[in-house]
Design a protein around this ligand. Structure first.
Ligand code: NAD
Length: 368
């Protein structure tokens, strides 16, 4: 049966734009991009020409386009809350890149706007919907490592100043390793282990200024106004204790991405920024690690451009619009946001921060 068509308007035509266009076209052609809008209209025009998007213009034209059902919001994080609310109030469903917003207050405002509008709001990251994270979820749910006791997560530097033409937003409030890369890791931890109860942390700025060496750079250096190195301890409602190091000062290391430690074994996870990758288990007493069979077919082989493509989260939102389950949903994204914000808060205030929110673990994906 032909899939229902949804008409997508993309808000923001910067660095990640092309990865959504190619990902949606390759995997979900029923999600048809009909317009691109950007406050930088010349950029929207260029993006439309480069990717054969039929209509382009400023942000207001996108909100006002009656033919657009779903807005895919690819603006920088500090613009997320305002642009999400404007989109919802214009009657559109909205899928926003991570993080949902940059503060808990903004996140709450966004949740209220979604409830008021009756539209569906979804948020990246969507990599937890990939085969690697879902394989880990199945292993945990089947008790392969017994009862989870602890977890570790290590976020190294994405080296954005070497490849992003304008990485300023990554070193300002709303950016930093916690808000930029943390969503991938925290979303997977919550998907695997359930909601977080409390967070304590310490963080600091590494260097106050950083040179930008990206080939087509818009600026030669960035001022750093958010912590770039943080260590946190998360206590989950289940009692699991996770330690997380999140850093733009760790350029190289041999640390794993993430591990879960259970009463009967250890689970070693793939790169949380990728959909696919080896998930390994070593039960107590095993002589070596075993790579688990993926829960379902890979989105694309690890090391290929497929891993960088985006669109699975937009498909997830479209499923919800059609009455199906919504996994990358706003309540889950808000809980992840509150846990991320608690890292800075705990560090600044030198205390354990109890979270107000909770959420359900998203429903597992059992097939493609
Ligand atoms: N670049 C990446 O590799 C990457 C990867 C994963 C997720 N993301 C996320 O994607 C989002 C965008 O990142 P990016 O790297 O593409 O940023 P970018 O700065 O390259 O592009 C952002 C675009 O949004 C436009 N914009 C800003 N405010 C706007 C507004 N109010 N209305 C409409 N357009 C507006 C800007 O003019 C610009 O063209 C961020 O949330 C980021 O966390 C980026």
């Amino acid at each position: 049966m032909a899939k229902q068509t949804h008409r997508i308007g993309i808000l923001g035509s910067g660095n990640i734009f092309g990865r959504y266009v190619t990902g949606l076209a390759a995997h979900f052609p029923e999600l048809r991009i009909v317009r691109v809008g950007d406050i930088d209209v010349a950029r929207a025009k260029q993006a439309a020409a480069d990717h054969a998007v039929p209509a382009w213009g400023d942000d207001a034209e996108l909100y006002g386009d009656e033919s657009v059902d779903i807005i895919v919001n690819l603006t920088p994080p500090v613009h997320h809350a305002r642009t999400i609310i404007t989109g919802l109030d214009a009657g559109k469903h909205v899928y926003v890149e991570k993080p949902l917003a940059t503060t808990v207050e903004e996140g709450r405002a966004v949740l209220s706007a979604a409830a008021r509008s009756g539209r569906v709001l979804g948020s990246a990251p969507d990599t937890f919907l990939g085969s690697a994270s879902q394989t880990a979820r199945r292993a945990l749910d089947e008790g392969l490592i017994g009862t989870p006791v602890g977890a570790s997560a290590f976020i190294g530097h994405s080296k954005a100043e070497t490849w992003h033409p304008d990485p300023r937003f990554l070193f300002q409030p709303g950016g930093g390793p916690v808000m930029d890369m943390g969503p991938y890791y925290f979303a997977i931890l919550v998907n695997l282990l359930g909601p977080v109860r409390s967070v304590t942390a310490a963080s600091r700025i590494g260097a106050p200024t950083r040179p930008v060496t990206a080939p087509e750079r818009a600026v030669d250096s960035v001022e750093v106004t958010v912590p770039t190195h943080a260590g946190a301890v998360l206590t989950f409602a289940s009692g699991v204790i996770a330690t997380a190091q999140m850093s733009f000062d760790v350029w190289d290391s041999d640390l794993p991405f993430m591990e879960i430690y259970g009463t009967e074994g250890t689970l070693s996870l793939a790169n949380p920024n990728h959909f696919d990758g080896d998930v390994r288990v070593r039960r107590h007493g095993d002589a070596e690690w075993t790579v688990l069979k993926p829960a379902f077919a890979l989105f694309g082989a690890v090391g290929t451009r497929e891993q960088a493509r985006r669109g699975l989260g937009v498909r997830d939102l479209a499923d919800a619009v059609e009455g199906g389950p919504h996994r990358a949903n706003a309540a889950y994204a808000f809980h992840v946001l509150e846990a991320l914000c608690a890292v800075d808060k705990a560090s600044e205030e030198g205390r354990v921060v109890e979270l107000d929110s909770t959420c359900e673990r998203p429903q597992p994906r059992v097939s493609d």
